[in-house]
Design a protein around this ligand. Structure first.
Ligand code: C2E
Ligand code: MG
Ligand code: MG
Length: 743
């Protein structure tokens, strides 16, 4: 059977997945976009820092040269080289430059640090041509390093002054932002490195290092070389030790030199990236929190749904399906299979109300739980059971031949009663089942099928049991019966009010004196429109709708009135027995009967209650208690229809009734020659046993001489039957059988 509330495509989940996807895509897009922006921003910063550097370095170089020109003009005015060298030595000490020096017309150099050297190459040419110049050279260096040399020839005589500066000194610039290399590199346009210091070193030249060591893009390198050759400026990205680096190149004003400014992009942008990652992480945390809250809310909602579903569909007593769920699942099953596949079975426990009354509601609930378990145990995989009311269950079973279905249902009743196997005092709970087959020729809705199964069950109540199960299959006449029930229901109140119910009395004759010694009050209904209605027709209806309690009380009161009248007329009264229906057990009816008896001032011993044997058999202990109360009130008690069901003899021991009315079916065999002796033996043993227990016996339904003769010699006290008299109107009875009291 399909699980209820199956998984369906859920728009909420789809929306959630879409939302999450959208958030992730947006976050990724933002991250990528921000990264690109940061990169271009870094490049812009670098380019602007580089331009700044070029300006600073140019200024420093020009400043250095003009300072040296001033020194040159001072020195030119001095008389000899010794004075000039002394002046230069003083200046070195004051200015902090590395070294100053004089050079002669032949290019010989005298440095303030005491070293002597010779000008070569471009410096020599510049000294000879009298052009102030700035060059990188290692010829004047004490340690062979490439130093920055400022050279200013005298204008009026050969020779001049020069200044040696350690290469990096004039190039030191303040760090504008993190990651910026504050020692720029000076290169020739062909990439030859003139001066460099710091972490990033380009060796043997700028382009080779960028290409081989730092993996710069060859195309970009080519473009950079072209740009530098044409005196332009630009920027380039490269990687160093896995870090993203960038350099900017721009021409200096001196000798086509280029200043290369290097920046560690990553460390420069680390705070920004940190902020970016924190933002993304924050987004993810927020998204996760949202998802968590959403899922939590969803889970709570689902838990509430489960609880609601349970409340709506689970029977709290049995834990199984309730009516609503049964109907939903049954409809699904019926829709899924061709008509005629299933039959509906309505089932209840006979006399369940007695279980509740005798053992309490909790025990009653346990019985219902047990029944549900037993029924489920016997179901096939596609069959269903649900509890629809108090002790009423409904089953959807696979349709089969009637005999096979009866066997199955009896099997269920047997399993349900199997607990009795181990009990010393068994307490049987027979089931009543009504079956409605699904006839493909007569299609009906599920609700109609249930109604029909219920009708069949109601009819089954009057049927004999097989293995603790009374079972009836739905017949169209059940519908008629329902209509009849309704018709009786509509008329019963008026009938009682108008006195359409009449008391008839059937005499009980003593077998020893042949005198009428008692009477049974039997109801007769004379409907003004429909005429005489048989008790067998209306009494079961009134029992089902509970009206029988009012009718029984009415019959009891009418009997009291009759007895009162007989007493008032000075007639010798005979005790009247009234039938006491099952429905009276639902409420404590005895006090009401006592009031009636007291109102009409009738001696209680003239009144007797008749309980059917089956009623007593359902719960002998309960009846023993009830009989005690009845005796206490002074009334008498009889067990009616004794011998009509299976549990007779044992009950007598438990329930101390005054009278035993042997059922007329017991005497049927007396008419049959073949069965007479056996029947007589059975009747005899029952009578003898009752006699020994001090119980008065009445043989019911004696309708002919043969039956009467067979009773001769047996210890039977009274006879009631058509042989002596049919039930008579009370007046006729009085007329025929009552005598004046002897004074
Ligand atoms: P019951 O209490 O066992 O009453 C005896 C039934 O047997 C009566 O049927 C009576 O007419 C019938 N009877 C008596 N002698 C003979 C006979 O020789 N042969 C045959 N074939 N039948 C005989 P009745 O009056 O139709 O009542 C049927 C049942 O209806 C009663 O069985 C009783 O259970 C119930 N009943 C009748 N009146 C009342 C009543 O006022 N209240 C209640 N609760 N039930 C009643
Ligand atoms: Mg009776
Ligand atoms: Mg009877």
């Amino acid at each position: 059977m399909k699980r209820f509330l199956p998984f369906h495509f859920n728009w909420t989940w789809a929306f959630l997945a879409l939302f999450t996807l959208l958030c992730l895509v947006l976050s990724s897009f933002t991250a990528v976009r921000l990264r690109a922006l940061l990169r271009s921003d870094a490049e812009a910063s670098l380019v602007s820092a580089a331009a700044n550097n070029v300006h600073r370095v140019d200024l420093q170089l020009q400043q250095g040269l003009s300072d040296l020109q001033l020194t040159a003009s001072v020195c030119a005015a001095m008389p000899d080289d010794q004075d000039r060298l002394d002046h230069l030595t003083t200046l070195v000490e004051q200015s902090g430059v590395d070294a100053l020096g004089l050079f002669t017309g032949e290019g010989e150099v005298f440095l303030t640090d005491g070293n002597r050297s010779m000008l070569t190459g471009a410096l020599l040419r510049a000294s000879q041509e009298g052009v102030p110049t700035i060059r990188f050279s290692n010829t004047l260096s004490p340690d062979g390093e490439n130093d920055l040399i400022y050279l200013v020839p005298f204008s009026s005589q050969p020779g001049g002054v020069l200044c040696r500066v350690r290469a990096s000194l004039p190039l030191q610039i303040p760090e504008p932002f993190p990651g910026f290399q504050n020692a720029p590199v000076v290169v020739d346009p062909d990439g030859t490195v003139l001066a460099q210091e710091g972490e990033v070193l380009f060796s043997p030249d700028l382009f080779t290092a960028l290409k081989l060591q730092y993996g710069a893009d060859p195309l970009e390198l080519e473009e950079m070389a072209d740009t530098m050759a044409s005196g332009g400026k630009g920027a380039l990205r490269f990687r160093m030790d896995g870090r993203s680096m960038a350099l900017a190149y721009a021409p200096l004003s001196v000798d086509n030199w280029y200043l290369v400014t290097v920046m560690d992009v990553e460390s420069n942008q680390a705070p920004l990236y940190k902020a970016l990652w924190i933002t993304i992480l924050g987004d993810i945390i927020l998204l996760a929190a949202f998802l968590f809250l959403f899922l939590h809310a969803r889970r709570s909602q689902q838990q509430s749904m489960v609880l609601l579903e349970k409340a709506a569909y689970v029977d709290p007593v049995t834990g199984g399906h309730n009516q609503t769920r049964f109907l939903i699942l049954a409809q699904e099953a019926l829709d899924a299979q061709p008509p005629g596949t299933y039959a509906l079975v309505s089932c209840d426990i006979q006399a369940f109300s007695l279980v509740n009354r005798s053992f309490g509601k909790a025990a009653g609930n346990q019985v219902l739980y047990h029944l549900n378990t037993c029924l489920r145990q016997k179901l096939r995989s596609d069959e269903l059971v649900g509890r629809v009311a108090q002790d009423q269950f409904i089953l959807l079973l696979r349709q089969d031949q009637e005999a096979a279905m009866r066997t199955r249902l009896s099997g269920m009743a047997s399993v349900f009663n199997a607990y009795n196997d181990t009990l010393a005092n068994p307490y049987y709970l027979p089931l009543t089942m009504g079956v409605c087959r699904c006839d493909p020729q007569d299609p009906a809705t599920l609700s109609e099928l249930c109604d029909r199964a219920n009708l069949a069950r109601k009819r089954a109540k009057g049927l004999p049991e097989t293995q603790l199960c009374s079972c009836a299959f739905y017949l169209p006449s059940d519908q008629q019966r329902l209509l009849m029930d309704q018709s009786i229901y509509n008329r019963m109140n008026t009938a009682l009010e108008q006195g359409d119910f009449k008391v008839y009395l059937q005499p009980k004759v003593s077998l020893s004196t042949w005198q009428v010694v008692g009477a049974e009050a039997l109801v007769r209904w004379f409907d003004p429109e429909q005429g005489f209605v048989e008790p067998d027709v209306f009494i079961p209806v009134l029992e089902r709708n509970g009206f029988i309690t009012r009718l029984d009380a009415y019959m009891f009161e009418q009997s009291c009135i009759l007895l009162r009248r007989w007493l008032d007329l000075g007639l010798e009264p005979v005790p009247i027995s009234v039938n006491f229906s099952r429905a009276n057990l639902g409420h404590n009816a005895l006090p009401q009967y006592r009031l009636l008896q007291q109102r009409w001032k009738v001696p209680p011993e003239l009144l007797e209650f008749e309980f059917t044997e089956t009623l007593v058999g359902e719960n002998p202990a309960y009846f023993a208690e009830l009989v005690a109360q009845i005796h206490c009130a002074g009334f008498r008690c009889s067990m009616d229809d004794f011998g009509s069901s299976y549990s007779s003899l044992h009950m007598l021991q438990q329930v101390p009734v005054d009278v035993l009315k042997l059922d007329k079916s017991l005497f049927d065999g007396l008419r049959d020659d073949a069965r007479r002796e056996r029947t007589r033996t059975v009747v005899q043993s029952v009578l003898e046993m009752a006699h020994r227990l001090g119980i008065t016996t009445v043989a019911e339904g004696i309708s002919d001489q043969v039956q009467l003769s067979a009773l001769e010699g047996l210890p039977c006290d009274m006879v009631q039957g058509y042989y002596f008299s049919r039930p008579l109107p009370a007046d006729d009875f009085q007329q025929s059988f009552l005598r004046k009291k002897e004074e």
